[in-house]
Structure formats: C-alpha cells, structure tokens
Design a protein around this ligand. Structure first.
Ligand SMILES: [Zn+2]
Ligand SMILES: [Zn+2]
Length: 350
C-alpha cells in the first residue's frame, strides 16, 4: 500500500510503500478514496501544540510516534474485515469516524469515544487516511454517507463534526439571537453553515483577513468585523439583543478576549481553535455576567451520524472544496500553515 508518512517532526511527509495490512479481530480494511486535509495536521506534523505561556504539548505525550500516517477525514470503500467484525458492508462507500477510543471504557461504549482517556484516533495514535488503505478498529465506526458527494463527505468527519458539536453547546438561544463566529477559514465557514442549518438567522463573523468575508457572507453571515479594529467590540456590542454565544475557531488570546468581551449576560464562549494562547478571566465578571467558557473537541459518534443526516437533508450549505492528488498533501499543509487556503482541500487517492 501507498502512504505519505510523518517520519520526522516538522519535516515534509515521506512517500512509503508497504504491504497492505490484513484486518484481524474486529478490524475492517477500507480502500481510501478521499481524505480531507486538516489544519490540525499542521500542528500534528510539527509534533506539538502551543499551549500558551511558552508551554508546548508534544504529540509523543499523546501517544503518537513516528513513522505515522496522518489523515483523520477518510472516506472510502469497505474491502474486507477480520473474523470478529460481524457483518460489514463490503463494496460499500463509507465515511469513517476517526476519533476512536480504547473501545473498552464507558465513554467508548456510549459512542463518546472522543472523551475516552486512552484515545486511539485515526491519523494520530493509529494510522490514518493519507494512504490508499486504512485499518478501522471496529465496524461501528463506519458511517453510511450515501447521498452525499464523496469529495464533501470527508470534511464532515472533522470540521463538520467539530463545528456541529461546538455550536450545539451554545447557550439556549432563539434563531434571532446573535452568534459570533471567530475566524472565517475552513472551520469558520463550516460553523456558519452549521448555525444556518440549525436555524440560526443572525450570525456575525470576525477575521483579520477581509478577503475571507465574501465567503462568510455567502455561507450566511450578515455582519463582518476585523478583530484588530478598535471599534469591533462596540460594533458587536450594539447588535440587537446582544451576542448570546461566540464560537472561537482560532483560539488566540485576542480572539478569546473578543469572544468573551462581547457576550451578553448568560452568554457562552465555546473554544475550538488550537492556535494557542492564554487568557486571564475576572472571576467576579464571570459570576456577575453568568458567563460560561466551554471547550469543545471534535465530537461523538452519534453526533457524526447527526451531521451526516443534516448534510443529507440539504440544509447544510456545502463549503468550497477542492480536491488535490494525495502526493500534494505536504504542500497543502504548508499552504494551510501560511493561511492562504480558502475553503477546504481534500486529497484524492486514485
Ligand atoms: Zn481535522
Ligand atoms: Zn475508551
């Protein structure tokens, strides 16, 4: 099988050829056809996340070792399965839930693998989809995505699921309540699309790059601000009824500060982005403003099924997706690092 591997942290991925694995136990072998190229792979390839205050969280501490095949947005065709896998849809196209856990704990049993304390994520602790074949640990992670464009389905597993799970965490709100989306990159556009699909009408978006505003408006945002503009807080604060929730897809100190500064009483700031930074929160203000600060990391297996349903219903507006041949994956990661990508790139494995 062909793959592009992380062999050295921070270095371009290396092409590798090895024997195609044979599934054992409950495993399923999938012939990968498309795999989304995600911004978090930039950090994973570098080997660490910036935790703020000069602290780094290394991938080796998360149980990831090199060589490793990244790629956690795989879509492909079921080829075969191990003797304990039960009935599997051989020959069918499936979306693969990548945030797999240990498979033994209570969280995994309820499909909350993403909260498992011993994560075995595809493309991080286990090999992922920047390859023509992929081993999935159990058939329960295979999701029927029929009726959804195969180039679009992969992004539902990560950016789709991540943004869905995040916007579902917003404080109880009505469709007319204002929600602020921080960041208008791939995740930001997806978050706007999710909010619209769930019925939200009033969405504001903040990004330092005004070139991204057209795409954000196209997805359904009606107010755009530059967070570095000193008037941004005032503009957002003046929105009718105030801002009920902010979803931060960037995760810098500045975006976190803006997201919290503009919330009305009882509002909720949901953090997804992993750029890295830190904030100081006034405890008095936190209590008096009845504010909530919530982290959100990917999403659960049932949530991914809901996302697929939402996409299938036609309510979810597709974001721009461009396919590239698998051999370009490393270059695309460089472009993502430089912040020059609008929409999403999906690797095509012919
Ligand atoms: Zn991702
Ligand atoms: Zn578990």
């Amino acid at each position: 099988m062909l793959s592009y591997d992380v062999t050295e942290w921070g270095r371009p991925l290396q092409k590798a050829l090895r024997d195609t694995p044979t599934p054992t136990g409950t495993e399923v072998l999938v012939r990968v056809r498309y795999c989304g190229i995600c911004h978090s792979d930039v950090h994973i390839r570098d080997g660490y996340f910036d935790m703020g205050g000069g602290k780094k969280f290394h991938m080796t501490e998360r149980g990831m070792n090199v060589p490793r095949i990244m790629g956690h947005e795989p879509f492909g065709t079921v080829v075969s399965a191990g003797p304990e896998a039960g009935e599997v849809p051989v020959g069918k196209d499936v979306l693969v839930y990548p945030w797999t856990g240990c498979g033994k704990c209570a969280r995994c049993a309820e499909g909350m693998d993403n909260w498992c304390m011993q994560p075995q994520y595809l493309g991080i602790q286990r090999n992922g989809g920047y390859a023509d074949h992929l081993i999935v640990p159990h058939p329960r992670y295979l999701i029927d995505a029929s009726g959804i464009e195969p180039t679009y389905a992969p992004i539902l597993a990560c950016s789709g699921l991540t943004t869905y799970s995040a916007v579902r965490k917003l404080a109880p709100s009505t469709p007319r309540d204002w929600v602020l989306v921080l960041g208008a990159g791939g995740l930001g556009l997806m978050a706007i699309g999710m909010l619209r699909a769930l019925g939200h009408e009033n969405i504001a978006v903040a990004d330092v790059d005004a070139r991204k505003f057209d795409a954000a408006r196209e997805m359904g945002a009606s107010v755009t601000v530059d967070p570095s503009d000193p008037e941004a807080v005032k503009t957002l604060g003046a929105l009718e009824g105030g801002v009920v929730g902010a979803v931060d897809l960037v995760g810098l100190t500045q975006t976190a500060q803006l997201g919290q500064a503009v919330l009305r009483k009882g509002g909720r700031y949901v953090l997804v982005g992993l750029y890295g930074g830190e904030i100081t929160v006034s405890l008095v203000a936190l209590a008096q403003r009845a504010m909530a600060i919530q982290g959100s990391y990917v999403g659960s297996l049932p949530e991914l099924r809901e996302v697929v349903e939402l996409a299938r219903s036609g309510k979810l507006k597709a974001i721009p997706v461009e396919t590239v041949p698998l051999e370009q994956v490393s270059e695309v990661l460089d472009q993502l690092k430089a912040g020059t990508v609008i929409g999403r790139r999906v690797a095509r494995i012919d």
